[in-house]
Ligand binder design. Sequence first.
Ligand code: SAM
Length: 381
Amino acid sequence: MANKSFTTSFGRQIPFVEGYLEAHARNPWENDWSDQEAEGFMTSPMSYSSFRKDLVEYAVARKFLHSLGVKGPWGSALEIGGREAVVARLIKGEGTEYVETIDLKPYYKRLSTPLFKTRMRDVFAPKVRGIRVPRRLAGLANPKYYDWAQSQAREFGLQPDRNFGWDIKMVREPDLGTYTIGDVNTYDFKRKYDFVSAMGCLDYFDPEHLFKRVSSILNPGGIFVFLFEYWWFPVNTTDVVGHFPYVTQRLTRDDFIRYAAENFSAKEADWLLKRRDYYHQGNVLVPKQYCDIADKNDLYVLGEHRCMTLRNYFRRTSMTPYFLDQFEDSKLKDVMEDIKQFRGDVSLADLKTGFMMMAFEKRGPRKPHVQERIKEVPKLR
Ligand SMILES: C[S@@+](CC[C@H](N)C(=O)[O-])C[C@H]1O[C@@H](n2cnc3c(N)ncnc32)[C@H](O)[C@@H]1O
């Protein structure tokens, strides 16, 4: 008989929420998950919707940096896991001299400079009955023309506003710059950078190792920024969905293995564990820990920003934290209670965060004595 609950090693009985698993069109165990793209993918042009997503990611991170008083252009910049190099081209177009992208495969083939320009025009001046019209004017005639450009911002917990992010101006040719095909964990970088970004890919890496690498290639005063999908969201990038909300977050690894064995076939259970473990190679963190790792590596934290999912915005799961918390059998308070059994550092805010952004500055060499500067400190009061 099918199970109705799962009992954790801490003796908590978590009731299954009927229909929760089935409500998600995920768990495609029949297609063994992998990073293999379909044949022809590498040569097919980048779609408008993926382009728009990358553009908005950049705009969100840029706005975050501006709020911290950090502004380009830079002398040199590196974008990690930059795929089609949308972010690299935007950084370049905004005036940075040397721009490099590193990724495992030559995704840049999907986005030529002319296509980049066309896609930018499609965002900023969409075609209305075959004629290009500035987006706001087009929007006056039909809201869809700014809605589709700005709705993407909602994914990052921002209520779209008319001016959101669209002050990006290309002051220099947005060409590809350098595209390095390589693994950022092992690649032998020949230079240092003033700016390193990692958009939507931090989950692939072991943060301890990555932060050390990034620190080693940043110039003193250089900036490291990332935006990525946060582990503590009900359905995170592992795509794992269980019989109750927050299944990956709510169980220890051992409990997760037992839960999978009790409720799925051996093949499915294998897939689930593989998916669960890919994220940071199984080492899951909260912001304080990213800061501690950064600090060990001479990266001084400048700020963090949680992209809290809007109440009415659906992505990855139509059952957002807000939605779940309304029901008796899926209260976030209970999820927290379970997590507390094995971790004391997770908060309710973590359970509601869809994306996380953080920015760091590479420290210069330590100065010998603070006394030197104390004399210059203005007296307050
Ligand atoms: C989910 S995609 C994100 C792409 C894009 N930056 C975005 O925000 O949509 C992650 C990218 O990281 C790349 N990647 C994963 N591991 C990597 C590694 N060790 N070194 C370099 N790139 C890596 C993948 O090839 C992939 O293109």
